[in-house]
Design a protein around this ligand. Structure first.
Ligand SMILES: [Zn+2]
Length: 247
């Protein structure tokens, strides 16, 4: 079996993504997880550290362990457990071969948007073009708020997700997938911006019109991989400064 990517660098990247998501307010405490594909049927995922657990804010490469897509531990040491919602990651990576990483989080804006039935529309442009494009494509909704602890439930979520890279889980949170951990992280942040703005517009009682077709036609496609890498670098730099270079 061919291993695509593994080792300390990928585990460190998964841990860094957890810390960024916490710093940006998409996850808090111990809730939320990041995974990455390492081979055809294995992943690494942020596990729970039992007595050592201090929350996602303090994630380290040593919190990230390897499992099969069937949930069998490969190198998970005593005292660490995969998250209960592992099937979100395993089934998404099993069924969406284009994804190399999956993030599941419980951002407050996603909760409010889902519960209030706020559907994001493409009302802003250059403020955040990737977020606007998410609105343009539409954010699918999975209507059940259950804990996704079984493959069958994850399959239902994926059916709701369709071909999208994102899905809003009503009364629960979000799941996003992308080629890399870095891209998935930036995608989750952009989705959060979109949902946060959409909820706040509703609170303001504002109903701005969708962008006109001619404005949409003029907006550049920033080329997400390149742009995402720059955004990721900036996020890591901010994290490093805050933590005194201890990443
Ligand atoms: Zn969850």
């Amino acid at each position: 079996m061919k291993v695509l990517r593994d080792g300390a660098d990928l585990r460190r990247t998964v841990a860094t993504a957890c810390r960024i998501l916490e710093r940006e307010g998409l996850v808090e405490g111990i809730l939320g997880h990041v995974s990455a594909r390492v081979s055809e049927d294995e992943i690494v995922i942020r596990c729970r550290g039992g007595a050592r657990e201090r929350g996602l804010r303090f994630s380290e490469a040593s919190d990230v362990w390897r499992l099969t897509l069937d949930g069998e531990p490969v190198d998970v040491p005593e005292g660490y457990d995969p998250p209960k919602e592992l099937p979100i990651h395993a089934e998404t990576l099993r069924r969406r071969s284009e994804f190399g990483a999956v993030i599941h989080a419980h951002p407050r804006a996603a909760l409010l948007a889902g519960l209030a039935g706020v559907r994001p529309r493409p009302v802003f442009g250059s403020y955040n073009l990737p977020a606007m494009r998410l609105a343009l494509e539409g954010v699918p909704v999975f209507d059940r708020s259950v804990l996704i602890t079984q493959a069958e439930l994850a399959a239902e979520m994926l059916a709701a997700m369709g071909d999208s890279d994102v899905v809003l889980l009503r009364g629960h949170g979000i799941t996003v997938g992308a080629s890399t951990v870095e891209q998935a992280t930036v995608l989750a942040l952009n989705l959060n911006v979109l949902l946060d703005v959409s909820v706040k517009l509703r609170l303001l009682g504002a109903e701005p019109a969708d962008l006109p077709i001619e404005d949409l036609a003029d907006l550049p496609d920033l080329g997400s991989a390149f742009n995402d890498q720059l955004v990721w670098q900036a996020l890591v730099a901010a994290l490093e400064e805050e933590r005194g270079g201890m990443t």
